[in-house]
Design a protein around this ligand. Sequence first.
Ligand code: FCB
Length: 453
Amino acid sequence: MAFPSHFTWGAATASYQIEGAWDEDGRLPSIWDVFSAEPEKTYQGHTGKVACDHYHRYREDVSLMKEIGLPAYRFSTAWPRIIPGGRGAVNQKGLDFYSRLVDELLAADIEPWVTLYHWDLPHSLQLEGGWCNPAIVGAFESYTEAVVKALGDRVSKWMTFNEPQCFIGLSLSLGVHAPGYKLPQGDVIKAAHHSMVAHGRAVDILRSKGGSSYSIGYVPTTQSMIPPSESAEDIELARHAFFDHTPARPVLWTISLFSDPVFMGSYPDSLLPVIEQDLPRGWQNDMPVIGRELDFVGINLYSSKRLERDEAGVPRVKKDKVGVPQTALKWNVEDETLRWGCRFLWERYKKPVIVTENGLANADWVHVDGKVHDASRIDFTTRYLRGLEKAIDDGADIAGYFHWSLMDNFEWAEGYKERFGLIHVDFETQKRTIKDSGYWYREVIRSNGANIH
Ligand code: FCB
């Protein structure tokens, strides 16, 4: 089956990864400015201080998007630009930047898709405990109000949070992302709960402004689970491995921890006994807010695990074949990744699924002919889109695909080591070069996916 005619094709970025201008026009430090300034937190001490300098070059970047023929662009607004102190005064100059960006996009016929929070928490809020402190909910409400007031007349596609698994799990439990904490489960689960309350309150604010004319989603991440075969029994096995908690699985990496409350209004049965003692007192009262009606399930999906049964029929994760194809970050290339993850999400939550991120890290450089020949990215994306098409064949409502990323950028703890973009960025000169994959993606968009076969 083909991609539906209303399918949204786009590409994605995030504020801290591309903007730079870290101390301009009233912006104050985020937790990522502070964390990346500490020794050995990021690859070779890289920071997002300059990044792609998108803050100054957004006009050029929008014109490159136009050249690629992008119908939609997903980006995030930076809280430390808009309410630099985390709470309190709104910084008009910060809002003006996004207002200019939105106008530029609309003039180029590109629909803005805005994520309110893609990890750059104002540092001052971290000093008050960040997501561990329930007072963050009120601060997030004020920030959301400021953004919606400024952009809500021109933006109708919204996402509250990007990958709670990372800004709670990697950041507060594993300590590899800002602010780099290794807190006990009790604190981390409370932080997770607070983030979901903040999500629900933001949805209320968005709805009160835009009602049903807004399309609002939430963006978790996970690894896909691929069934050993397509028998009904094996598919159930993979579904179980995808959503349910088992003792072998870290609590924070069970997707349903973050997605069942938001899309179904309840914590999953498989997890509640493991986390109930850690939830804030009176948590049950928050569930209606957390579970506010949404319009789509956003999902960032890059990799997967293939399941098999051992000789006794007991399921387990299959070991990688020797020489398995991998991206530069050593994530497996697995054609069926988008198929199963997206299908399972659709079947459980019954909301259109949008792939809000997918792509690969690749060793790209400008070739002697001045072009960037990234055949691997074209192959990877072809495979993943074919997988996505199969989810559509399986009956799932899949409404869009955003490639990660529009351009090479600051890849968090990995710094500028690996490149994810459809556009190559020379970080010394800031010269942009559309890669072969960018021109190929233009054809994907023009043909509504027909050219992947
Ligand atoms: C996701 C993040 C995004 C980018 C990609 C590679 O986890 O949302 O910012 O780093 O991975």
